[in-house]
Design a protein around this ligand. Structure first.
Ligand SMILES: O=P(O)(O)OC[C@H]1O[C@H](OP(=O)(O)OP(=O)(O)O)[C@H](O)[C@@H]1O
Ligand SMILES: Nc1nc2[nH]cnc2c(=O)[nH]1
Length: 179
């Protein structure tokens, strides 16, 4: 698995340090409130688990699964809800947690969908942001790292369901996906 990595973009230590910072920022911004964190399966799971523990106000957790990528490396633009929330978001302070925002198509669809359910507030937190590939505007409240346009894997992010358990964010060797 490690031999498929061209280079480490963000080390385990860099990820932990930045997540501690974002957690402190979110804790201050939501003082006196409760957060409903909505994780976008499956990539956001590792980030969400670490971020939740860095936040000191009460956090409830729910998940949505949407599909836009299949096994390829770019978004089709067609977003489907594969799993909806278990919680009602009406009147809640929703924090949508993503691993990466690339074209923005997934989040754009998801946020519109969630807004129609009348949360008290809705904000987006992403670990990684790839602005070079943006197709639609996304309003990001908390951004871990802005990264260049490489296909990255690890710390939740996959290629064809592999590499999610790498503890760092790495750049995948192009020959792995350019057959
Ligand atoms: O900004 P976009 O171009 O829409 O891309 C971002 C989306 O792509 C990835 O999900 P993916 O569909 O690969 O599913 P996964 O999280 O299960 O790996 C990522 O987790 C985001 O949800
Ligand atoms: N694994 C992975 N998924 C993505 N979805 C959008 N961009 C990326 C990326 O660079 N890596």
């Amino acid at each position: 698995m490690i031999n498929d990595v061209e280079r480490v973009l963000l080390s385990e230590e860099q990820l932990a340090a930045r997540i501690a910072e974002i957690g402190a920022e979110i804790t201050a911004d939501y003082a006196g409130k409760e957060i409903l964190m909505i994780g976008v399966l499956r990539g956001a799971v590792l980030f969400m688990a670490d971020l939740a523990r860095a936040i000191k106000v009460p956090v409830a957790i729910d998940f949505m699964a949407v599909s836009s990528y299949g096994a390829g490396t770019s978004s089709s633009g067609v977003v489907r809800i594969l799993k909806d929330l278990d919680e009602n978001v009406e009147g809640k302070h929703v924090l949508v947690v993503e691993d990466i925002i690339d074209s923005g198509l997934t989040l754009n669809y998801l946020v519109d969908n969630l807004k129609s359910r009348q949360p008290a507030s809705i904000k987006i937190c992403t670990l990684l942001n790839k602005p070079e590939r943006r197709k639609v505007d996304v309003d990001i409240a908390y951004n871990g790292f802005t990264i260049p346009d490489h296909f990255v894997i690890g710390y939740g992010l996959d290629y064809a369901e592999k590499y999610r358990n790498l503890p760092f964010i790495g750049i995948l060797k192009p020959e792995i996906y350019q057959d």
